[in-house]
Design a protein around this ligand. Structure first.
Ligand code: ZN
Length: 391
């Protein structure tokens, strides 16, 4: 089966302009100003894009696919991610992670959920480990998890500068990062260490110390929640200037913003303005993570749940409210995260890449259609993806 998209305004994320795009066997086979196909018995679907934007499917480098939270008692455990929510949010590749709780939640469950999302049409990967040290694993070793378990691309979220973490020392963190690195080298994966950064004043100090005292490259670490405060944003920019990738969290609430968080779109704009190389900047959703809210006496009075569609909203906001160029804003949710976490056929519209893309309405950027690995998961605003329970 071939699919030919006619006259789409393609952002690879680079702007390619109006082109036709041919999809064969789940991959992008050809991109040209005009593609005409002839032949009898050709199984060909032709889609008129009518100038809609065609952008890479979003790559979400951090989503709590089995749920997160649980920090206010068992009834605050957040629910797992639904396939349809990811599709509606334009996310075609994502990386699942445990979080604070590796006791009532497990890596086995995470693995099962990642495989289920992939079977249902997405490309879902996972981090081994959790906030905790010693690191929980599936095989008994970080290195072996990365080498032998196909969807495991690295480790995370390892918590630093957070009261919910294990307060690792530099030596421990260096050993974990080296294990992940060697596992990655052997398996041809990134072996990235997705690092949760909390709100302790130590900030990224431990990462800088590890890099200074041990032979671990700075780019092995991928710190997230860098938009948590103004001062962490400043330190994150320094980390990126030294060659690492930094990640901003898109899910937020008015309360969290009032506490000093910088919106991901604004953090992106500010980092660019400060001259940070744009290929070091990424935005992830932190989907299904818990977002506590408080009453006027600062007592917890409920929880919101992080949303996977927040990454679409934030790149669009970066364009419409902060004058970031479309290719630059898009790269933060497509090419940059794909490269940082080592997904070689994701995050770009180019020949031989996986056919993962979204069609967006011009002007509003509303998501009209979603294709993942050559399969339509949404067409003209209607979800076409089905789980085993949707028939
Ligand atoms: Zn986190």
């Amino acid at each position: 089966m071939l699919t030919l998209i006619k006259q789409a305004n393609i952002f690879s994320p680079r702007h390619l302009g109006l082109c036709d795009l041919l999809i064969a066997d789940g991959r992008i086979a050809q991109i040209d100003a005009s593609i005409e196909l002839q032949g009898e018995n050709l199984s060909l679907e032709i889609i008129e894009a009518n100038g809609r934007l065609l952008v890479p499917g979003y790559v979400d480098s951090l989503a709590h696919i089995t749920g997160g939270g649980g920090e206010g008692g068992f009834n605050t455990r957040t629910p797992e991610l639904q396939l349809h929510d990811a599709v509606r949010g334009g996310v075609t590749s994502l990386v699942g992670a445990l979080g604070t709780d590796a006791s009532t939640r497990s890596l086995g469950d995470l693995y099962g959920k990642a495989r289920a999302l992939t079977d249902d049409g997405l490309s879902c990967f996972m981090y081994t480990g959790s906030y905790e040290i010693p690191v929980p694993t599936l095989t008994g070793k970080v290195r072996d998890d990365i080498i032998f378990i196909e969807p495991v691309i690295g480790i995370g979220e390892i918590a630093i500068a957070d009261h919910r973490g294990s307060q690792p020392c530099a030596q421990e963190l260096a050993r974990i990062a080296s294990d992940a690195r060697v596992g990655g080298l052997i398996a041809g994966k990134s072996g990235i260490v997705m690092t949760h950064v909390g709100d302790d004043p130590q900030q990224l100090g431990l990462l800088f110390q590890v890099v200074q005292d041990f032979s671990v490259p700075l780019s092995q670490f991928y710190p997230t929640h860098i938009n948590r405060t103004e001062s962490l944003l400043e330190e994150g920019m320094e980390f990126a200037r030294r060659g690492g990738s930094i990640d901003f969290t898109a899910s937020t609430t008015e309360h969290i913003l009032a506490m000093g968080e910088v919106r991901a779109s604004e953090a992106l704009a500010r980092a660019l303005e400060a001259g940070v190389p744009d290929n070091c900047l990424t935005i992830s959703s932190d989907a299904q993570g818990s977002l506590p809210h408080f009453d006027e006496h600062d007592r917890l009075d409920g929880l919101d749940v992080g949303s996977i569609s927040s990454i679409h909203e934030e790149w669009v906001r970066a364009v419409s409210q902060h004058q970031v160029a479309i290719p630059t804003a898009l790269a933060a949710v497509t090419r940059n995260p794909a490269r940082t976490i080592g997904l070689k056929r994701k995050g770009e519209i180019a020949v031989n890449m996986d056919a993962d893309f979204n069609l967006l309405e011009p002007g509003s950027y509303a998501i009209n259609s979603v294709m993942s690995r050559g399969r339509w998961l949404m067409r003209d605003g209607k979800i076409t993806a089905k789980t085993a329970f949707d028939y």
